[in-house]
Design a binder for this molecule. Structure first.
Ligand code: ASP
Ligand code: MG
Length: 457
């Protein structure tokens, strides 16, 4: 069996859902389980509605719900024929009636608890999975709705509940497997779950990928397909380098390094359950289904190219801390990190010498206060408008003089900080923001003009 997960833009309206029906049809011999997101924008709208209700803005909250009701009505009507539509619309209306009651209840209480918020936001996936099940049936697929809240069992940390993998595996085998064995196509909403006592939860924004990985891992899927609206992961941002290439195969670790840079079509942590079981994860494009996409695997096959991708992150501040008394002393780094900790500021790149430490953080308003605290123990300078550039690839480990090649490609561009991660699968350095475009172009030209055709398109 395989798991096919369709993200919000792949199921954003009737045309998109129709497209996914054809994609699923093409994979029936592989026994798919389908996991779907809410239509794009719906989760945000529900969160807004809940927030408005919590602030006592009754009309705004109900208006949001009204417009969502219309959108789901319209989509259902476009997808489902006259024989079934009456029942489907009645069901959609029943759901929206309960949503309205819920929002009024939140207004009455005057507070949106995390528990109620999860309840409100669950409507997106619940409604869309219902509509999609019916739409697939109307297209000759033997689809059957499975309530995700009976399968994805979590703890009770609302908003970002932690899935209980063993229990999920147990439930998937009992509730989903028999449907597959009977030749049906189970459809589940992603993102939502419930505690073992049946209290609704959600597993974090973008969580449908996670749902898909959990189900795939519970059922030992042959593959997990994450359907999005791009051709997979790219060697770099195509808006910066138009000759960016599609990465055919990437290891989980490499994908995880890139995720931090926003080069994410999915958050790799969410597919970890699958990767740990050696289940291949494919990122595919529902707008271009014949494209092979990107394969994410635990161990990528040996590639002849050194790097898999280059990523950049702007709006970085470098903080330099200098103290002669650091010489031979201990506890100094701890004192510095404690200051950042106190301000709940996370540090990305660090490089130290005997008497100085340079760190980078995302530019933010807390920096002057952090600097003031650091001043108590050392001399401090900080400068914004920097960028982190990161080259990622497992071959870095085995390529001698790779740093020399990178800095040669950069030419006269001034590098302000260097760090080669302990994982040895990335080379990271910091440059001025104004140099980012030029640096990315030079590096891409140097390292991706000729590439291993097995690894790149
Ligand atoms: N609908 C949820 C969100 O927007 C989950 C997902 O799409 O993965 O975060
Ligand atoms: Mg997503």
């Amino acid at each position: 069996m395989i798991v096919m997960k369709f993200g919000g833009t792949s199921v954003m309206d009737a045309t998109a859902i129709e497209r996914t029906a054809q994609i699923v049809k093409g994979r029936l011999p592989r026994h798919p389980v389908v996991v779907v997101s809410a239509m794009s924008g719906v989760t945000d709208a529900l969160l807004k509605a809940g927030k408005a209700a919590g602030e006592g803005q009754r009309e705004q909250a109900l208006e949001q719900a009204r417009s969502l009701r219309q959108r789901h009505h319209a989509t259902a009507k476009e997808l489902v024929g006259s024989a079934q539509i009456v029942d489907l619309l009645a069901e959609v209306d029943r759901e929206f009636d309960t949503l309205d009651e819920l929002l009024k209840g939140i207004v009455a209480v005057g507070e949106l608890s995390p528990r109620s918020s999860d309840y409100v936001v669950s409507y997106g996936e619940r409604l869309n999975s219902r509509i999609i099940t019916e739409a697939y049936k109307a297209r000759g697929i033997r689809s059957v709705l499975v309530d995700a809240r009976k399968v994805i069992i979590t703890d009770s940390q609302h908003g970002k509940a932690i899935p209980q993998a063993d229990e999920i595996e147990h439930r998937a085998k009992n509730l989903v497997r028999p449907l597959l064995d009977d030749g049906q196509v189970p459809i589940l909403g992603g993102f939502i779950g419930a505690t073992e006592h049946g209290v609704q939860t959600t597993i974090g924004r973008g969580g449908s990928d996670y749902s898909a990985a959990l189900i795939g891992s519970g059922l030992d899927a042959e593959a997990i397909e994450i359907w999005t609206d791009v051709d997979g992961m790219m060697t770099t941002d195509p808006r910066i380098c138009p000759d960016a290439r599609r990465i055919r195969v990437i290891s989980f670790e490499e994908a995880a390094e890139l995720a931090y840079f926003g080069a994410k079509v999915l958050h790799p942590a969410t597919v970890l359950p699958a990767v740990q079981k050696n289940i291949p994860v494919l990122v595919l494009n529902s707008l271009n289904p014949s494209n092979e996409g990107t394969l994410i695997v635990g161990r990528a096959p040996k590639s002849k190219s050194t790097f898999k991708a280059i990523a950049a992150k702007r709006r970085i501040t470098i903080v330099d801390v200098v103290a002669a008394r650091m010489l031979g002393a201990h506890g100094f780094l701890k004192a510095i990190f404690d200051v950042f900790d106190k301000h709940q500021c996370s540090i990305d790149v660090v490089s130290t010498s005997e008497v100085s430490v340079s760190l980078t953080v995302d530019s933010n308003e807390a920096i002057p206060a952090i600097a003031a605290d650091l001043e108590k123990i050392a001399d401090v300078k900080y400068a914004g408008r920097n960028a982190i550039i990161c080259l990622v690839g497992e071959n870095i480990r085995e390529t001698p003089q790779i740093a020399a090649q990178v800095f040669a490609a950069l030419g006269e561009i001034n590098v302000r900080m260097i760090s080669q991660g302990a994982s040895e699968i990335n080379i990271t350095f910091v440059i001025g923001e104004d140099d980012v475009l030029e640096a990315m172009r030079r590096l891409h030209k140097a390292f991706f003009t000729e590439v291993d055709p097995e690894a790149f398109d």
